[in-house]
Design a protein around this ligand. Sequence first.
Ligand code: NCD
Length: 351
Amino acid sequence: MTRNLIDFVDITHKEFDELYRLCADIMKKPDKYKNVCVGKVLANLFYEPSTRTNLSFRTAMYKLGGSVIGFSDPGSSSVAKGESLKDTIVMMSNYADLIVIRNPMEGAARAASLYSRVPVINAGDGGHLHPTQTLADLTTIRMHTGGIKNLNVGICGDLMNGRTVHSLIKALSGFPDIRFYFISPRELKIPDYIRYFLDSNKQKYIEITSLEATVSSLDVLYMTRIQRERFDSESEYERHRHAYILTSGKLSDAKSSLLIMHPLPRVDEISVDVDNDPRALYFAQARYGMYIRMALIMTMLKNAPAEPRETEVGGAACVNPRCVSMFEKYLPNLTYEREGRVFCEYCDKEI
Ligand code: NCD
């Protein structure tokens, strides 16, 4: 199993399959697993608000018999005194066997993994990626379709800033016969690095602005909220906040087998009258999220401790103002090259 889970593509299909099977077994026989993590400690470092991800990781660890340390308000930790990400991570990897981190800086989890002696799990890095939500999403799709293949997948809302969207797109692109319908306001289309990823994988997608025009073709409809905290001004957010509202009326032509998903929290993009529709899976999706995180914790704790990664200083500096390398100045510039183009390894922006 991958040492760190920073991006969903760190996990192979075979590994996802193993996690899924373990998750299904945990759901069937939870008692069998109640002591498997006794004596193990999970550090849950939440620098940004969270309900599901934070609490589902905590509950997952408790249900496995392990313990949880960490913070959900960085203001109550030494971060408020100006401690660097590096120092916090070096410290935490002295205490814990596994680190889960959510941070508003893009690439923060990758940066943390450079300094950690224990595996690091990305629980959301700014508007970049959120691979464990993708685990919950793929688990939901697989549980309700029997297999992740040959699907028309509509993803609707703030596709520019929604990190769950980016991880889900990257993950689903690896499965056979997936056709994407990206439904968003023109200003909130998928970011360039995701477009580049799709194009270089020859993945089929169309970009549209109308939800109504698309809904009847879909097998999966993944709604997302407009990401208020990522906008520079409140007025910009207000302009988009009511862009899409799914109501039961809009589902009248949808397939009876449609999976209606949402990573949650919902603001008003799914009307409450949809909640009783048997196709609405978003609360079940959150439940699966906890079980697949139990499987992930168990699996990653089997990784042998490793030395932090050696990095060479050099390479081009990132220009993305939201990249972790802009804030944590000691970080080495890390880049990778694809087809002659250079990208930042923390935030994936082209340099
Ligand atoms: C998402 C997130 O934090 O990115 N929530 C979650 O983890 N389930 C989605 C969101 O905040 O819109």
